[in-house]
Design a protein around this ligand. Structure first.
Ligand code: MN
Length: 424
């Protein structure tokens, strides 16, 4: 399905006068709103290929309808999102789910939809039908050298596939760990994981990076080989300059101070980027901003301050991706909501009076610091985000626009109602 520009214009025309009233009020309170609009418009959030179908839990999956059946259809879905919000201009592929058979066709389709390819992801957390050895007891840290070799080769093949589409980073999440005390030797497991990753690192092209993601627990229930930012940072430091730590909002033990982790990693030049999602208890698969938008805002405050201090380009220098997929919403509507939640938190962080905050910190004045932060957080920036989107050719209200175009009904008509996207 192709999104007609005329439909988005018609949607915007219908909503324009109400929007303009809200925008005039919002912008009248902000001195530098024009530069904020430009930053919001430039900020693109990568869509993971595995979030385009309905996710599931270990108890089951309730498949949606009209899900993308092939990589080309996944790219088409991201193109739909990007046409509507002009902020989802890249896609992250996962191997072997997204095997690139015809790279020319894939690249052409993506460029027609104004999309680029972000980090590629390997998969050693499940066994594939064609696979010789099992990852039941680990992959890069497995006690058996031949299992480790198989996992290393899969990662190198993932890099090769990424090169075909112009990716520049390998994102590595290791599910290795143990379910019971005594099951693995912590130190040997870590050493084996490092040794395997060194071999993958050597296979990275000169202009590539390696992102090392961590996760506190799950699928393993007792220990995880790369359980937190300390393990990841240790690995990244030992591996070298091209290795960086990737922070996933949902991969921490409950109430961890994620904004502080981000601040320190940025200070050390070792932050790769961010995976956005939200969670109430332990899982990480809920829509961004649906549970704890204040935490998201605080994370963005650190990101913005850290990037500004190091004169980094907000849109280009770190990797921004959504990593969530669940059971009950239309995946495309959910992604539109997630992207907007990220834009809102980013815009609010841009509003923080950093000079006043620094002054409050120097004066050890927590009351003044809270006033500064919450003045930004409680500002309704939605008209600014909508205006940035409108100026970039997107829709004022993405979900409403998506629904009025009957995108899902069209996709079902094209693809059928029994389609199932590859992925989890
Ligand atoms: Mn993630």
């Amino acid at each position: 399905m192709q999104i007609e520009k005329s439909f988005i214009s018609a949607h915007n025309d219908l909503n324009l006068s109400a929007h303009q009233r809200r925008f005039e009020f919002a912008s009248s309170q902000i001195a530098n709103f024009d530069s904020i609009l430009k930053k919001i418009a430039a900020f693109q959030i990568t869509i993971p290929s595995w979030a385009l179908g309905t996710g599931g839990t270990r108890f089951g999956r309730f498949a949606g309808a009209g899900e993308p059946r092939t990589l080309l259809e996944k790219i088409e879905d991201v193109g739909i999102l990007h046409a509507i919000n002009r902020a989802s201009g890249s896609i992250s592929l996962h191997f072997p789910w997204d095997s690139v058979d015809d790279s020319q066709a894939i690249r052409t389709k993506a460029s027609l939809l104004d999309l680029r390819f972000d980090a590629v992801n390997s998969n050693t957390f499940q066994d594939q039908a064609s696979q010789q050895l099992s990852y039941k007891f680990g992959s890069l840290s497995h006690v058996d050298k031949s299992v480790r070799r198989q996992a290393i080769e899969h990662n190198i093949e993932t890099i090769r596939q990424g090169e075909l589409v112009g990716s520049k980073a390998l994102s590595l999440w290791l599910s290795d760990g143990s379910c019971f005390p005594g099951q693995v030797d912590f130190r040997r497991s870590f050493e084996r994981a490092l040794e395997s990753m060194q071999q993958i690192y050597l296979a990275l092209p000169a202009d590539w990076k390696m992102f090392i993601e961590y996760k506190a627990f799950e699928p393993n229930t007792y220990s995880t080989t790369i359980a937190d930012w300390g393990y990841s940072h240790l690995l990244a430091s030992k591996l070298g300059k091209k290795a960086l730590t990737l922070v996933d909002l949902g991969h921490h033990l409950s109430s961890a101070n994620i904004e502080q982790i981000v601040a320190i990693l940025m200070m050390e030049g070792k932050l790769a980027g961010f995976h956005f999602n939200d969670s109430k208890y332990a899982d990480d698969d809920l829509t961004v901003g649906s549970i704890n938008p204040y935490q998201l805002f605080l994370v963005f405050c650190e990101l913005v301050r850290g990037m500004d201090e190091q004169k980094m380009d907000h849109a280009q220098d770190l990797a921004w991706m959504i990593d969530a997929s669940h059971n009950v919403k239309d995946p495309l509507e959910d992604l539109l909501q997630s992207v907007e939640a990220i834009q809102i938190a980013y815009a609010q962080a841009l509003l923080v009076d950093s000079a006043a905050l620094a002054q409050a910190q120097e004066a050890s004045d927590p009351v003044a610091a809270q006033e500064v932060l919450q003045a930004a957080f409680r500002t309704d920036v939605r008209p600014l985000v909508a205006e940035a989107r409108r100026r970039a050719g997107g829709a004022l209200h993405p979900v409403a626009c998506f629904r009025s175009m009957e995108v899902r009904a069209n996709l079902i008509a094209e693809r059928g109602s029994l389609t199932r996207s590859t992925g989890l």
